[in-house]
Structure formats: C-alpha cells, structure tokens
Ligand binder design. Structure first.
Ligand SMILES: [Zn+2]
Length: 400
C-alpha cells in the first residue's frame, strides 16, 4: 500500500544534526519512505492523508521498557499497556530486562535461569508485534558464572541486549569485562543499571567508578531510576566517558537538568537517549515518552526538534536500530500530531517549547496505519489530519 501525506506544516526529521526540514509532503511505499517532497506527477497513492497543516515526526523510540507477557504487565497488573503506549506516539521499544516475571527470586538467579528466561521471552513476547509496536524483548539479566556458551545460546535465540542489573560489581572486574567482550563479539549491546538500588532492592550502587572500566554501550537512567548517582559522578560520566547516556521517566528531575545542561554545554547531545523505564515502580505511562520530550525542551532549553531527535534518532542509533529518522529509504514509522486547542502553543514546536502535550491523530508503522482519526491517550489537536478522496472511513482504529 502506498500513502501520500500532504499539507504538512512542520516536519521533524529525528536527526539531531538537522532536526527540522522544509518537507511538505511524503510518499510512502513498501513500508518505507519513498520520496520526501515528491514532484506533482509522483503524487499518486492508494491513500492520501491531509495533515491539515499539522506536524509529522518519527515514531518515538522508548529505549527502556520492562515487558513480561505481551500486553500484560504483572508489575502493575495492567493489560494492554503496549497498545496504550502506541497511542502515546511510541512505535519502537527496547527491553531493559524482563525482571517482573511473577515469582522470580532475585537472590537466586543462576546462569541457566537467566539464559532460559531471555531465550523464552525472545521466542514469545519478543516474537510478536503487539498492537503493531516494534518491541525488542529477550534481554538477558547478567549474573556471575555465565560462560561463553551461554552467550552463544543467547545469540542463536536472537537476543540483542544484555543488562547488568543484579550483577554484584566487586574488586575482580575480569568477569564483567569478559561479558562485555563476549557480547560485542556476538553483536549484542550492553546496558547497565546506574545509580542507587532499583525497586527490587537487589541491584548494587553503580556510578562513575564502575562505568569508567565497564564501558557499556548505554548507561541506563543516568539521572536516576529511581535514585541518581551523585552530582560529581554525573559530571565525571559526562566529561570522561563517551558512551550513550539515558534519561528515564523514573528519574530525578534536578539530576536530569544537570546532566542535559552539561551535555549541551559540551555539544554532546548526540549521546543523550530517552526511555520510560516502565512498566515498573513508576507505573504504566502511555504518554511517558512525550513527557520526556516536554521536560527536556521546556525546562532544559532544547529546541522541540532537538528534543524529538533525542527521543527518536538518538535513541534508535544507540540501540543499533534503523528507525527514528524520517529520510528516504527509512522505515515509515510516523506520528501525525499538532498543538491542542487551548494550548499556549500555536504550532507543535511552540507547544513543546511551552511544555504542552501534543495531540496525536495518526500513527503509521512500516507504512501501515495503526492509529487513525485520533489517539485515545491525547486530546485531539486543534487542526486534525483527515483522509482525502474516497478512502475516508476505510481505516478503523485497530482494536488491541
Ligand atoms: Zn529499568
């Protein structure tokens, strides 16, 4: 199916180097962005969506979720959480570990158990696109005693991520260093819990001292999840390391401000990634990624385009994914939205600068409409996109 989106008022690329562009129409074909600003003779499509002068941005990439069983999260006993996040603009999610499986004994995790858990999750929850969302699940929780053969099993099962969460960093660093080397040799990326202990109470404190030698690919929730590392450690991590630094909804607002300001002053915003760290102790937050964007834009002085790029292109790149940037040839994962009636903002950029929530009408994943007419999680925008031609009404909101 081909889609033409026309009459675009604001276009957000998801690329921090050039966050906005003068794109007024997009042609989507075969699930990908075929042409930006197609010439008149190319403006034929199966479906035409008039953006009504509103905004188009990449689908949001939540770099830190904790799935367990598909749409059910036992952490808050909620059903349908992935579909609800989709209506908050999230089209891709990366699991930071499936630790909320009921009955799991954090004090007795064995190499065999954590490997099996990741393999089973990759083959179940990670196999299906729940509500259409691209969920990467099956992230192994590293424990002492893993051998290289465990990593072989994980790689064969399609596991892409390893997570230091309950790992007891001690004096001997050789085992943890080996895990990083073995992961990278199998194209798996490494994330590490930072700050004070997690809700489980089972993780250990992790700040600059550990990060400096561990050298993960992404340091998770650097400003707290829920408890941040010290101010001195945040400064040292920004100044003396170069890996990606993640901010999550579960964190400390003051620490987030400090981190983002320091990254901006060093012109290193490209290291910043976002996630919700939910479902979990923070709850189920369908608009969590939007709230992250609003905070770093309205309180930390990023432009709307920069904040959106952090939540899309930056986060996708740090996790090795090809989504999050709207350019020709890229997957057509798209959110159509605008400022809400009564908002201080006249445009989406203006609304985000004021810290006002955007209203979403349509979400597209791989060239397929997965949200139509309006989001059930945001108020409608003042100016609403609509289907043109005789296709109006053809698309019903997909039930989840
Ligand atoms: Zn987490």
């Amino acid at each position: 199916m081909s889609i033409l989106i026309r009459n675009i008022g604001e276009f957000f690329t998801g690329d921090l180097a050039q966050p906005t562009a003068a794109v007024r129409s997009i042609l989507i074909s075969g699930g990908r962005i075929a042409i930006l600003n197609p010439p008149a003779h190319e403006c034929k499509a199966d479906t035409v969506l008039d953006a009504a002068g509103g905004a188009v941005m990449p689908g949001l990439v939540d770099g830190h979720v904790h799935p367990v069983f598909g749409e059910w999260t036992p952490a808050q006993d909620c059903i349908g959480w992935i579909g609800n996040y989709l209506h908050g603009g999230t089209t891709t999610m990366i699991s930071a570990g499936e630790l909320h499986i009921p009955g799991l004994d954090y004090d007795n995790l064995t190499p065999e158990l954590v490997t099996s858990l990741a393999v089973v999750t990759a083959a179940t929850t990670g196999r299906v696109r729940w509500s259409g969302v691209k969920l990467q699940a099956g992230t192994v929780l590293l424990v002492p005693g893993l051998t290289e053969s465990h990593f072989d099993r994980l790689a064969a099962a399609g596991v892409k991520w390893v997570k230091f969460l309950f790992y007891p960093f001690g004096q001997d660093t050789s085992e943890a260093r080996n895990y990083v080397v073995w992961s990278h040799a199998r194209n798996m990326r490494v994330k590490v819990h930072t700050g004070g202990v997690s809700r489980s109470g089972a993780s250990v404190v992790c700040g600059y001292d550990v990060l400096s030698w561990l050298q993960p690919d992404v340091a998770a929730h650097v400003s707290g999840g829920p408890i941040p590392m010290s101010d001195e450690d945040i400064d040292a991590v920004v100044d003396r390391t170069s890996f990606a630094l993640e901010v999550c909804s579960s964190g400390n607002y003051r620490s987030t401000h400090r981190l983002v300001e320091r990254l901006m002053s060093r012109r290193e915003l490209s290291r910043l990634t976002l996630g919700t760290d939910t479902p979990g102790g923070t709850g189920v937050i369908p608009r969590g990624m939007l709230r992250n964007i609003l905070y770093i834009a309205s309180m930390c002085n990023l432009t709307a385009g920069q904040a959106i790029a952090v939540a899309t292109g930056n986060t996708a790149r740090a996790h090795g994914l090809d989504v999050g940037v709207l350019a020709e040839g890229r997957p057509a994962d798209i959110v159509v939205c605008g400022s809400i009636k009564g908002s201080a903002g006249t445009t989406l950029s203006d609304a985000i600068a004021h810290g006002d929530l955007p209203g979403i009408t349509h979400v597209i994943i791989d060239g397929q409409f997965v949200v139509t007419e309006r989001s059930r999680q945001t108020p409608p925008p003042a100016s609403r996109a609509f289907f043109c031609c005789c296709d109006t009404g053809k698309f019903e909101a997909r039930s989840v």
